[in-house]
Write a protein that binds this ligand. Structure first.
Ligand code: PGU
Length: 410
């Protein structure tokens, strides 16, 4: 028989969210009557606006006609959608032919590892979205680090904690080929300022590194002076790739639509175009996002859809505000929740999984343990604002009523 891939063996047994789901199902088997409140995975719940859902139906119905039928499209995405993405998000900053439409950011992250290969060294914020590390480990770049901070194989962890305002101490870091940077950050909710991102770009230029900027939550930035795209920073086009997603901005977590931006100026050390190689990988590993979903994506970016999804984002922002009340009520120290749909809640000296278990068992609340996002996340849990309003309100009410139910004052 074939040998098991040793690189897969190096991965932690489960991806974070299925592991949480497993714990949730086990708990429900033991306590089938419990009314669980889910503030765990960042999955959207608000129904799609009509103008966007109509596009799905229209395109779907058209598929049964000769004129409306479509097969494979261009792998890089439909030209109209690429233009709409460029004009909505990157006016004067990136061109439509620099945008590659995809089936979501998570999938692009996996393909990016193939682009740069297993010998590329990478730096990640600690804590951060676990997929950057897990996909790197799957390619053999080291093992996910569980405890102390520092370097691990080809992976460098950049501690981002309240003591450095959740921005890494760049001077203390070794050079890496790639730097993954997520702002607004999942899970801390921290958003980097212009000045901080300018420092990051200067650092990348000095080190000849490429920044992979994950802007999946940019729609949640409420302060217009904060940067939503890395290309707002001078010189970023020479050293940065940006990833964007319709998931959290427009409720497309199940529909699947995202994009990557590869500016023409981006070059490998030998001078070759990075965008040309990405085109090779993208068109080889991926056959284009669903035509139906791309039509709905275009409807998001047209004026009517755009106004409607703003309301959707505001709804989750209000949920986040309610969750800040829950934390205040329980006297929990928290971060985020303003420019991001996540609250990062601190339980000093506690193990994240222990806090997770206690909230699940005693308060019937599903959260995400902070250590799942990196070693610096231990002692924290993440609350997601993506639930329905009733769910969030029930959490707040239960939190008020039963605040002595656990040692956490819930
Ligand atoms: N980038 C970041 C920073 C994310 O937090 C997520 C989703 C994605 C990308 C995925 O975007 P797609 O365009 O939908 O692929 N994070 C969620 C969902 C968990 C998951 O496994 O992706 C979360 O709860 O952290």
């Amino acid at each position: 028989m074939v040998q098991r891939n040793p690189k897969i063996k190096a991965l932690r047994t489960h991806y974070l969210f299925p592991e949480i789901n497993k714990k949730k199902q086990e708990f429900l088997r033991r306590s089938p009557d419990a009314q669980l409140i889910s503030l765990g995975i960042g999955d959207t719940t608000y129904p799609l606006p009509k103008s966007i859902a109509n596009q799905l139906s229209l395109y779907g119905a058209g598929m049964s006609t000769l004129e409306g039928y479509s097969g494979y499209g261009p792998e890089q995405g439909n030209a109209g959608l690429r233009h709409l993405i460029a004009s909505r998000f990157y006016p004067g900053l990136a061109e439509a032919n620099e945008i590659f439409v995809s089936d979501g950011t998570k999938c692009d992250i996996g393909r990016l590892q193939v682009l740069f290969g297993s010998s590329a060294t990478i730096a990640v914020q600690d804590p951060t979205y676990p997929v950057y590390v897990d996909t790197a480990v799957a390619l053999g770049q080291g093992e996910a680090q569980q405890e102390a901070t520092g370097c691990y194989g080809n992976i460098v962890y950049m501690p981002c904690t309240s003591s450095n305002s959740f921005f890494p101490d760049l001077e203390a870091l070794p050079r890496t080929d790639l730097i993954y940077f997520c702002s607004p950050n999942n899970p801390t909710g921290a958003v980097a300022t212009h000045e901080q991102l300018a420092r990051l770009i200067r650092f990348a230029k000095k080190n000849r590194s490429v920044v992979i900027f994950d802007a999946a939550y940019s729609a949640y930035i409420q302060d217009k002076t904060l940067p939503r795209s890395i290309y707002e920073i001078d010189g970023a086009r020479e050293v940065a790739i940006e990833l964007g997603s319709f998931s959290k901005m427009a409720g497309f977590t199940g529909l699947r639509l995202g994009w990557s931006v590869f500016p023409k100026e981006l070059r490998f050390e030998g001078g070759e175009s990075i965008s040309t190689d990405w085109n090779r990988i993208h068109t080889t590993f991926f056959n284009g996002a669903s035509n139906i979903v791309q039509a709905a994506g275009a409807a998001v970016l047209e004026e009517e859809g755009w106004m409607a999804i703003k309301k959707m984002v505001e709804y989750y922002q209000e949920n986040a505000l309610l969750l800040t009340h829950l934390c205040q009520e329980n006297e929990w120290q928290f971060y985020g929740g303003v420019h991001a749909p996540y609250l990062w809640v601190e339980f000093p000296g506690r193990d994240s999984w222990e806090v997770f278990d206690e909230l699940l068992e005693q308060a019937h609340l599903v959260t995400t343990p902070g250590s799942g996002f990196g070693p610096s996340g231990n002692g924290f849990i993440r609350l997601s604002a993506f639930g329905l309003r009733e769910t969030v309100e029930t959490a707040v009410q239960r939190g008020k009523k039963d605040s002595s139910r656990t040692s956490l004052r819930w």
